[in-house]
Design a protein around this ligand. Structure first.
Ligand SMILES: [Zn+2]
Length: 372
């Protein structure tokens, strides 16, 4: 027997996704949902797994239903003419495997052994009777599915975090063990800002909070900002520094990408010793860049959980709930925030409490060794 949600989901998909224009800056609509709609508080590992199974199931059923089996269908789904169908198929197959593994971890007693048995699981064993959550979750995963397929369809014409070019020279968080996450912060160091009538530095405040919680995240700084802001040498103590290049430009297209990386590495030296992780802006890179970084003993760190914290269309709580929902879905990985935006600090206490209550581990950046 098929869950009734199949029919419901298909009807929603047909009107919402086809009307989404894709822009250079990213999709028009961004996945977010109110986690308060989930009927119970997620305050222990058991509750985490129950909510995780539910989100995995909703996403898996949508992925099973969308028609991305041909170039024309992918063009129709994404609204993009120049697409790479093979990459979308690879993404789909990889994602199905990941979702299956995740579901087995979330619900060891469910007896799910393959993709078909996963997508035919009844939602009723999660919270299908809770229609407010189900409606919100289906909407979230429709948008998120669109975000993901769009990135895969563009790859590698426009590279991003969606796929690895060279698994020996880069990571994106899918390598992490179950329930392990790394916090990462891009685009700093932030300039001083006025909050509640006081002049503060958002990067310094975030570092202070992370240290207070005993958390050790990875900061990817822009070389030019580091030189112009001149933060105190101890600014990042307790945290890890990496390179985001000199300027916030696509290093896939920028002719001066090598100079940008070398200059940024030089700027990092007084703060922390290398080798350094590199996060290219927008995750855009090419093989030559990966080889260059590897030759210096470094490696590229992408991400698999995009907070969208820069996006002014989302409130602080929507950013937090998007991140929590993606943590429930993927169950491990690298979370992308930006210390130049206030959401990173705003969300931190809630994420830390979420992790502590449910037994998640925030990986210490110092323990991630860069191995060739
Ligand atoms: Zn950036």
């Amino acid at each position: 027997m098929k869950p009734i949600s199949h029919l419901f989901a298909l009807s929603v998909l047909s009107f919402s996704l086809l009307s989404m224009p894709a822009t250079a800056a990213g999709p028009e609509k961004v996945a977010t949902m109110d986690r308060g709609l989930w009927p119970t508080a997620i305050v222990n590992k058991q509750e985490f797994n129950r909510a995780s199974a539910a989100e995995i199931l909703v996403f898996s059923q949508l992925l099973d239903q969308i028609d991305i089996d041909s170039e024309a269908n992918i063009q129709g789904f994404t609204g993009i003419e120049n697409i790479n169908a093979e990459e979308v198929y690879r993404w789909r197959d990889r994602t199905r495997q990941q979702l299956l593994r995740n579901y087995q971890l979330a619900c060891a007693d469910c007896g799910v052994t393959d993709w078909q048995s996963l997508v035919s699981q009844p939602l009723s064993q999660t919270q299908a009777d809770n229609t407010a959550w189900l409606t919100a979750s289906q909407k979230f995963h429709q948008y998120y599915l669109y975000e993901q397929v769009r990135l895969a369809a563009l790859f590698p014409r426009i590279t991003s975090e969606i796929s690895l070019l060279d698994p020996d020279k880069e990571i994106n968080g899918t390598e992490f063990p179950d329930l392990h996450f790394l916090l990462t912060y891009d685009d700093g160091p932030a300039a001083d800002a006025t909050r509640d009538g006081k002049v503060v530095n958002p990067t310094a405040m975030l570092v202070e909070s992370l240290n207070r919680f005993g958390l050790h995240g990875q900061f990817f700084v822009l070389g030019e900002r580091l030189v112009s802001q001149k933060p105190a040498i101890n600014t990042y103590d307790g945290q890890c520094l990496g390179s985001h290049g000199q300027q916030h430009k696509s290093h896939q297209k920028w002719q001066q990408w090598a100079e940008s990386l070398d200059a940024t590495t030089q700027a990092l030296v007084p703060y922390q010793s290398g080798p350094y992780w590199l996060r290219p802006p927008y995750g855009q890179r090419h093989q030559e860049l990966l080889d260059h970084v590897a030759a210096e003993g470094g490696k590229v760190m992408l991400w698999n959980i995009d907070s969208q914290d820069w996006n002014k269309k989302l409130t602080n709580d929507e950013v937090r709930d998007r991140v929590k929902t993606l943590m429930l879905l993927w169950r491990h990985g690298i979370i992308l925030y930006h210390d130049v935006h206030p959401r990173a600090l705003d969300n931190l206490a809630a994420l830390n409490q979420f992790a502590q209550q449910t037994g998640l581990t925030f990986v210490d950046c110092h323990q991630l060794t860069i191995q060739p």
